[in-house]
Design a protein. Structure first.
Length: 261
């Protein structure tokens, strides 16, 4: 029997890892797909009622229409982060991270496989939640390309953050700290539930340093055609942030940060 030769890219290993990550969350879809939809609807109902419901306008846009895209992107981002971070932390805690490290997978292939799972989960949750929300509020598309572009770049960013958080975390408490003190505050302060233009000048300036703002604002721009930021400039910001996070994760995987003794 001759040994299988692996080329420049181990496509079989990459597909297997990506398939494992996707199959992992699909096997418990009640928790990973349906539960986020219910949470999104609850957020939508509570904030719609608290902030004025159908009577309130954000400029010329009804608040219910303004709110929906931001909630969808927030849900997509949080699920992309949860998928990669939980996968790595669970593997480390259970001691089966070696099953991923032993196969002939390069750091780049490990990175791509994990991110594929996170992005897929984020997009599936966003699509499903969008279909459900569209039953209650009319959602129109200003630009499909912008919705897809910001959706992929945003879920990529949170997937990469999840990988970095998972590699750094030694236990579930560490991962929860990243979620509670970094991901959730940045998401809630990104203009998900309000227009950044309504903030005082100094806080508007600060908000533009939050990459989550460009993710939320750009995704909403794809739906309603209005933006609080620089429009297409947000794509460049997310590309730069994604590249930086991917480089960090690649370095952590290549050096075996907290996963190799």
């Amino acid at each position: 029997m001759t040994a299988r030769r692996v080329g420049a890219v181990n496509w079989i290993g990459l597909r297997t890892l990506a398939g494992k990550e996707i199959g992992r969350f699909m096997s418990v879809y009640m928790q990973t797909i349906l539960a986020p939809i219910v949470t999104t609807l609850l957020f939508y109902t509570v904030f719609a009622l608290a902030f004025g419901g159908a009577e309130r306008l954000m400029g010329t846009i009804p608040y219910l229409v303004f709110l929906a895209p931001g909630l969808l992107m927030m849900t997509m981002a949080q699920n992309a982060f949860a998928n990669t971070s939980s996968s790595i932390v669970i593997s480390k805690v259970q001691g089966n991270i070696v099953d991923v490290l032993l196969p002939p997978l390069s750091p780049g292939e490990l990175l791509a496989g994990y991110i594929a799972g996170g992005v897929t989960r984020g997009l599936l949750v966003g699509l499903a939640a969008g279909i459900v929300i569209s039953l209650f509020v009319p959602l129109s598309l200003h630009s499909v390309a912008l919705v897809l572009g910001y959706g992929v770049l945003g879920t990529f960013m949170l997937s990469a953050m999840g990988i970095a958080a998972g590699l750094w975390s030694d236990k579930f408490d560490h991962m929860a700290a990243v979620t509670n003190f970094i991901v959730t505050p940045l998401t809630f302060l990104s203009g998900t539930f309000y227009s950044v233009d309504s903030l005082p000048g100094n806080w508007q300036f600060v908000a533009h340093f939050n990459p989550f703002f460009y993710m939320i604002d750009g995704f909403r721009f794809g739906f309603i055609g209005q933006t609080d930021g620089a429009g297409y400039f947000g794509l460049a910001v997310l590309l730069a942030v994604d590249a930086a996070l991917a480089a960090l994760c690649f370095w952590m995987l290549r050096t075996g940060y907290k996963i190799k003794s």
